[in-house]
Ligand binder design. Structure first.
Ligand SMILES: O=C(O)CCC(=O)C(=O)O
Length: 487
């Protein structure tokens, strides 16, 4: 019997209306600390439409408006490998089963009998992707610097031409989800996909979260550091998980209408204390990009070690490692490299625009230029790390042609999304419509970016590309751009 976990403290709660963006960055995002935020969801349509007048989940509304959607539903009582067993069903079937089991629960409460109903939990519903027009909620400003979903709105993270699965399309299409489950539904211990940040808003209901900070995570792993505890409230066998008892957990009771910020690499287990509907995004940006790269590197080394014994009989051992990495982690080194290269280029396009448009720096633009410089500096640092990985030498084929990219409508949309994000964060100092017009009508002087070799094939190419562009641009934003080389 698990004699109970040690709880060392609670998560800080802050009124989101009294916090400004830069405070959120300094206190939580940069320091990778969790926080519970109040006051940010009150005007969401989801909070009205998805909850009945007497405060219950409005299952009828879901069945009527979104009933045909196919969703993943976890059976919380059945483990399958490291997760719960999942089945696919329609939202209306899920709503019907939820309704029936809550009636059965009420009957068993009344007769003090036992209820043998399965506890089902609808997870990872790509709601925004499926219903973009419905506008259920708006992402709070604190979580808007989201490179992951902005990128996936325009590109696929991974394309394997030999292995094209329609099914995978929607499941990798974005990381904006709706979760719905009855009281008692839960999520096993895990850290988030790509070691991204996440935020989770309770539209209805209440959750209990248990967190392990990154420096304690090894306590939840087995003696080979391979698998982590599934349910921290189960009996955890000491010989298998020798450090488990030493773990000190942080607890958070998240009430209705509160949003939890979950930092990178924090393991967590979650229990719905009431019937709950939540909205949940995963995302990353300059502050946690290194977590993504470190995870990829770790998973790559594991993937390689796993098939080491077939290296000699393999025609393309490296290719196989990368394919396995993409299948298990959701992206591989090439996908990540494409991602950071496109992002660098988009940041540089925005800088070119700021300079062309305003000739000399204005105070309000200076903050924006600093954002872009921070992004470029982070990407450059990671490119330096990738370069240092000798095992990759010679394995890069030509990945990205910058001139072609600069003419690609998808890339335009990425640049516009970036402009919108940093325009919002910096209080509209950038008129996005002007930027959009300039981009569409080819009015931005991109000569600086077009001058150099257009082929970015290796991390060295990317570093050179950034350095060349920055050296030309820094005549104007010299102070802002100097932070690129700070680390
Ligand atoms: O709400 C849940 O059950 C799980 C959510 C979660 O794990 C997350 O946001 O990372």
């Amino acid at each position: 019997m698990n004699m109970g976990i040690k709880i060392g403290g609670q998560i800080e709660k802050v009124n989101g209306k009294e916090l400004c963006y830069s405070e959120f960055v300094q206190r939580y995002m940069k320091k990778n600390q969790p926080v519970l935020l109040t006051g940010l969801v009150e005007d969401w349509k989801a909070c009205k439409d998805w909850v009945t007048d007497n405060g219950q989940p409005n299952l009828q509304f879901f069945a009527t408006h979104f009933g045909k959607s196919r969703v993943q539903v976890a059976d919380c009582g059945t483990r399958e490998f490291t997760d719960q067993k999942r089945v696919e069903m329609s939202v209306s079937d899920f709503a019907e089963q939820w309704f029936k089991s809550s009636v059965a629960q009420q009957c068993s409460n009344a007769t003090q009998g036992s209820n043998s109903q399965r506890v089902l939990y609808l997870k990872d519903w790509h709601f925004v992707k499926e219903y973009p027009e419905y506008l259920a909620y708006t992402t709070p400003l604190f979580f808007s610097d989201d490179w992951l979903n902005l990128y996936l709105d325009n590109y696929r993270m991974h394309t394997d031409p030999d292995n094209y699965h329609q099914n995978n399309e929607i499941s990798c299409s974005d990381y904006r989800f709706v979760y719905m489950g009855a009281k008692g539904s839960w999520t096993p211990l895990h850290a988030d996909v790509f070691r991204s940040y996440s935020w989770s808003a309770n539209v209805r209901g209440k959750k209990r979260w248990l967190f392990l900070c990154p420096s304690q995570c090894h306590f939840a792993f087995d003696r080979n550091s391979r698998s982590c505890v599934y349910n921290i409230f189960d009996e955890v066998i000491e010989t298998e998980f020798p450090g488990f008892k030493k773990a000190i957990w942080l607890e958070c009771i998240q009430e209705e209408n509160e949003i939890l910020f979950v930092p990178s690499g924090w393991y967590h287990q979650v229990h719905n204390l009431e019937d709950t509907i939540s909205i949940n995004h995963n995302w990353f940006n300059a502050f946690n990009l290194s977590w993504v790269w470190n995870l990829l590197l770790r998973d790559y080394n594991e993937a390689k070690e796993y098939i080491e014994d077939i290296r000699d009989i393999c025609d393309d051992f490296e290719g196989l490692c990368q394919r396995n990495l993409a299948a298990n982690t959701g992206m591989n080194f090439y996908d990540f490299f494409m991602f950071i290269t496109r992002f660098s280029l988009a940041n540089l396009v925005l800088l070119c625009y700021l300079i062309g448009e305003h000739g000399s720096p204005r105070r309000s633009l200076s903050a924006l230029a600093q954002n872009l410089a921070l992004n470029l500096g982070t990407i450059r640092d990671i490119a330096v790390e990738i370069k240092c990985m000798c095992s990759l030498e010679g394995n890069y084929r030509c990945l990205l042609d910058t001139i072609e990219t600069l003419e690609d409508p998808k890339f335009f949309k990425l640049c516009m999304g970036l402009a919108r994000t940093y325009g919002m964060i910096n209080k509209q100092c950038l008129r996005c419509s002007d930027f959009e017009k300039a981009l569409m009508e080819d009015l931005i002087d991109l000569d600086i970016l077009k001058k150099y070799s257009s082929q970015v094939c290796t991390p060295e190419d990317l570093i050179k590309f950034i350095d060349n562009a920055v050296s030309k641009l820094s005549g104007i934003f010299s102070e802002e751009l100097s932070i690129i080389y700070d680390s």
